[in-house]
Design a protein around this ligand. Structure first.
Ligand code: UDX
Length: 436
């Protein structure tokens, strides 16, 4: 298959490289000339484990290329994926579809022969209909079908998720498009990944429903964690105890500082808006959003409480700035709210992250250090916000020796109280009463 990927951001780049690795010929298009120039030199603009090798080997095999020019590749393509950004629109929380529609208009003029246009970006219900209308209007003679094919990959595990998905969801009405999509995903099909063919609107909703449900699951366990702290229970055991029930499942039950990232915050907001607009409000999702927002700030207050209630002039070290490990993505990271709360209360903050420092520097006005011990140097407390492997095996003696007061607030439950206390730390975690 000849595939064009419009948009070479996270999803576009990972999907493009993986499709090329399946044996398809893939052209990734992006308007940002500097990004394309970098990609052509083998420089990957995002941090994602394994992506650089995957890109390199497929470029070498002539299956993957990058360009700013859309028309030529689209004219030759069997399938054109739209994988451009759908940020939250300022003000109302709706997904901003400007980039999607602009891509559709450009594609319309370039189509030659039967072409399947696939929205891979996360788009609200009905976007496929609008993409179809735009293309039809711009090019009434075009022979095309519009398909919805949401992407469920997680940052940090994107290639593995793409190549071994739990399922592939494809929303369409056209039989020719169905054969093309079956061909596109043949390697996964053979690998036993189930493909769910459904209607286009249903497919669009599945993506939001999945992300909304996962965000709700995390938020549920976070509230249970708060209750655990009050009643003398242990949230990690509660997670295990409920997760072993197959109806609940053990994944996405790790209590923490609240979810962040490029998807959950934006998609829950868009789902709530769609539901409101259709006079079918989703109170569970609205509450999830509100609970998660206030949780991020509450985590800053948790640190302040651990230090004794007053952080004015005190130095706090922050370990991990990205919204989760194995990414350099800072979008909606809980670290941002935690740090803001600490700074508002008068603390001096020093932070370190293994991959996110460049992005963090655009957003945060704190001292950036070259490692966790440097951040903790002279600190009155350290707070572990993101569970990078590097922070799972800290040299606790060394950490204690550089800190002014050995206080560790572990917002990811990486450590156990007993082991920290052996090293003389005062230790606070999530969802455990003070004696656990
Ligand atoms: C998510 C979805 O998992 C993915 O299917 C979708 O395509 C995009 O959005 P991603 O944002 O990359 O992926 O990260 P994910 O691993 O899902 O984590 C999201 C946030 O939830 C992170 O801030 C993470 O720390 C938090 N989280 C996740 C928890 O706090 N507890 C958990 O148990 C799981």
């Amino acid at each position: 298959m000849r595939i064009v990927m419009v948009g070479s951001g996270y999803v576009g780049l990972v999907s493009g490289a993986c499709f090329a690795d399946f044996g398809h010929t893939v052209v990734c298009v992006d308007k940002a000339a500097e990004k394309i120039e970098a990609l052509n030199k083998g420089v990957i603009p995002i941090f994602e484990p394994g992506l650089d090798q995957l890109v390199e080997s497929n470029v070498k095999a002539n299956r993957l290329s990058f360009t700013t020019e859309l028309a030529g590749p689209v004219a030759d393509a069997d399938v054109v994926f739209i994988a451009v950004g759908t940020p939250s629109r300022r003000g109302d929380g709706h997904a901003d579809l400007g980039y999607v529609y602009a891509a559709a208009r450009e594609i319309a003029d370039a189509i030659k022969g039967f072409t399947v246009i696939v929205t891979k970006s996360t788009v609200p219900v009905g976007t496929g209909d609008e993409v179809e209308r735009i293309i039809r209007e711009a090019n009434p003679d075009a022979d095309f079908a519009v398909v919805s094919n949401p992407e469920f990959l997680r940052e940090g595990a994107a290639i593995e998720d793409f190549k071994r998905p739990d399922r592939i969801v494809v929303g369409l009405v056209d039989d020719r498009a169905r054969s093309v999509m079956t061909e596109v995903y043949r390697p996964l099909y053979l690998n036993q990944s189930p493909i769910l063919f459904t209607g286009r609107r249903t497919s669009e909703l599945i993506k939001y429903a999945a992300n909304g449900f996962l965000a709700m699951k995390i938020t549920f366990i976070n509230e249970i964690a708060d209750l655990c702290e009050r009643v003398g229970a242990d949230v990690q055991d509660v997670s295990r105890g409920i997760g072993l029930d197959g109806r609940i499942g053990s994944k996405f039950l790790h209590a923490g500082p609240g979810y962040g990232g490029s998807c959950f915050p934006k998609d829950t907001l868009a789902l709530a808006k769609t539901a409101q607009d259709n006079e079918s409000p989703m109170r569970l999702i609205e509450t999830t959003i509100a609970v998660n927002d206030s949780r991020k700030r509450a985590m800053g207050r948790k640190v302040i409480a651990a230090v004794g209630g007053d952080v004015r002039g005190k130095k706090i070290a922050v370990f991990g700035l990205t919204f989760k490990p194995n990414t350099d993505d800072m979008r909606d990271s809980p670290a941002i709210s935690v740090i803001q709360t600490l700074k508002d209360a008068g603390a001096i903050v020093a932070g370190y992250d293994p991959e996110g420092m460049e992005n963090a520097k655009q957003l945060l006005d704190i001292e950036f250090t070259s490692g966790p011990y440097e951040a903790a140097d002279g600190a009155d407390a350290a707070v572990l916000v993101t569970e990078w492997n590097e922070f799972r095996a800290l040299d606790l003696e060394r950490l204690k020796s550089v800190m002014r007061t050995p206080i560790l607030v572990d917002l990811r439950n990486v450590y156990r109280k007993s082991e920290l206390e052996v090293h003389g730390f005062s230790y606070t975690s999530i969802g455990k009463s003070s004696d656990i």
